[in-house]
Write a protein that binds this ligand. Sequence first.
Ligand code: ATR
Length: 277
Amino acid sequence: MHNAALATLGLDWRYAAFDVLPESLKAAIEGARAMRFIGLNLTVPHKLLAVPLVDALDESARRWGAVNTIRFEARKASGDWRPLGEFTEVPETEIRAHGFNTDADAIVRTLREDLGFDALAGRSVLILGAGGAARAAALRLAAEGTATLYLVNRTPAKAVELGAEIQRLFPGLKLQLGYPEGKVDLVVNATSAGLGSDDPLPFDATVFGLSQAGAVFDMIYQPAETEFLRQARQAKCRATNGLGMLLYQGAAALELWSGRKAPLGMMRAALMKHVYG
Ligand code: ATR
């Protein structure tokens, strides 16, 4: 999606994927800086590890405690740090790595644009999972003013820990560990259950049913329709998979690097073709 966008924008840049071992992350960031890369995206498990490795943390990365986008910057004559993408000559001055997080906002954007939630304030949401993705979703939804959050995880102790953290940061939020008895506006699958074809459902169907859900968001995008989403479709819920979130975090990263508006339609088409064939 990035290379399609770069072609559309007429930028002579390339986006490439590199496998990096966690213990080599520092060296990889240093190498990219030395080679005057415009920026980097980071994925699991690097998002948390990168936080102490960047020179400056944007509020988005500080708030969510994770970096998924790095922008390399140099000082202009005015003394301001500016993105390397703005320089026509490769600067010979010091370069800094500036860390951002575009994942959390992408969650809100997919809920708005793909599920029609104009506002999340006052809503009730069941979050399945208690890992990094669930944490980002829970904190972001709490920041949007969600009224009630239900947390469920296969390993209950992790849900207890996440719940305590959220409650500390958002004391006004109603937080409940376990399934809702009645209806909820939204159910989010933030577990990895569903990635494999033999995976169990991410929730216990003996105590909760998707007929209780107004809408469903599965962060998984491959397969396009997990068993969870298939059941949501059967229950006639509004539902979306994780492709929108992937698209929006990428579009936001591209805008940070280039200062240009991301060509979303081109990026979506490229992503669909690449992911689904
Ligand atoms: P991520 O950063 O993508 O959130 P993670 O931190 O490894 O990845 O979290 C994975 C989440 O998926 C966890 O909530 C995990 O549950 P546990 O805490 O019990 O490990 C959940 N998960 C993974 N496989 C699962 C399965 N088969 N059924 C239910 N939950 C599962």
